[in-house]
Design a protein around this ligand. Structure first.
Ligand code: ARG
Length: 267
């Protein structure tokens, strides 16, 4: 009797140990190539680039990154952390990639590394129909809502002066638009495709998009990495591959309904 009980206990311990091994090996985040699962951080309030569809993060950036990561052989998980935390996480090394319609500029290049460009963009102005704003310079005596820490915020700071209280800064771009909807601002400055998507999807708001090619610079988005990251090259190669094999053009057409100017990105 005693012996049976001991054997049963022994058997159960073995079962428990095996079960524990099973779950722990599931937790080691590696694909076949032995690469670790990347933590990709984003601010998913920037349609059509990254936004929430129920509880899923979708968008042009998500599709381009997924295709490039597949080429490069990386497994990943995209997490919606918000705009400022994207930068903080890359700075302190808790994330591997920032994917957030992030413009490559000199200031950011001091602290981060970037892939080759994957999208050309420029800031534009969103304002109520009938506005007297025709160009960037007309914003000087207006109240302007922007997402803090973006190139749009920089452009408006340059026009209205740093610290001007008529520049209202928000944690994300949707909040900046909401401020204008609630009559708290005369205009929003942000990336063209984002404003155009908003105006198109929300005709009831009666907002119009104003372009100023001289007033706002041309910008390029890249995947952002911690400075010195060893995976930057792999992703640039992955991007190049999908630019060459037609996958990028396919994704672009799906989201923007037209063909991309690939030569312009590669120049
Ligand atoms: N392209 C602009 C920048 O890099 C705005 C990007 C904002 N992205 C976002 N997901 N909210 O500053």
């Amino acid at each position: 009797m005693k012996k049976k009980g001991f054997l049963f206990a022994l058997f159960m311990s073995i079962v428990l140990v095996l079960a524990a091994c099973g779950t722990s090996s599931e937790k080691t985040n590696s694909d076949g190539a032995g690469k670790k699962k990347l933590r990709v951080v984003t601010d998913a309030a920037y349609a059509p680039f990254e936004y929430m569809d129920k509880d899923k993060i979708i968008g042009f950036d998500v599709d381009v990154f997924t295709a490039a990561a597949k080429e490069a052989g990386y497994d990943f998980e995209i997490v919606n952390v918000g705009w400022d935390p994207v930068f903080a996480e890359l700075e302190n090394g808790t994330a591997d990639v920032g994917l957030s319609a992030i413009t490559i500029n000199d200031d950011r290049l001091k602290s981060y590394d970037f892939s080759i460009p994957y999208f050309e963009s420029t800031n534009k102005i969103l304002a109520p129909e009938g506005t007297d704003i025709e160009k960037a310079a007309d914003l000087v005596d207006k109240t302007v809502a922007v997402q803090a820490g973006t190139t749009g915020a920089d452009a408006v700071d340059a026009l209205l002066g740093n610290g001007n209280e008529k520049v209202k800064k928000f944690e994300n771009n949707n909040l900046a638009i909401l401020e204008m909807k609630n009559n708290g601002a005369d205009a929003v400055v942000a990336d063209n495709a984002v404003l155009e998507t908003y105006a198109k999807n929300n005709p009831q708001d009666n907002f119009t998009v104003i372009e100023d090619k001289e007033g706002f610079e041309s910008e390029f988005y890249g995947f952002m990495f911690p400075k010195g990251s060893e995976i930057v090259e792999d992703f640039s190669k992955g991007l190049n591959a999908i630019l060459d094999n037609g996958k990028y053009a396919e994704i672009y057409k799906e989201w923007f309904g037209q063909d991309p100017d690939i030569e312009n990105l590669k120049a």
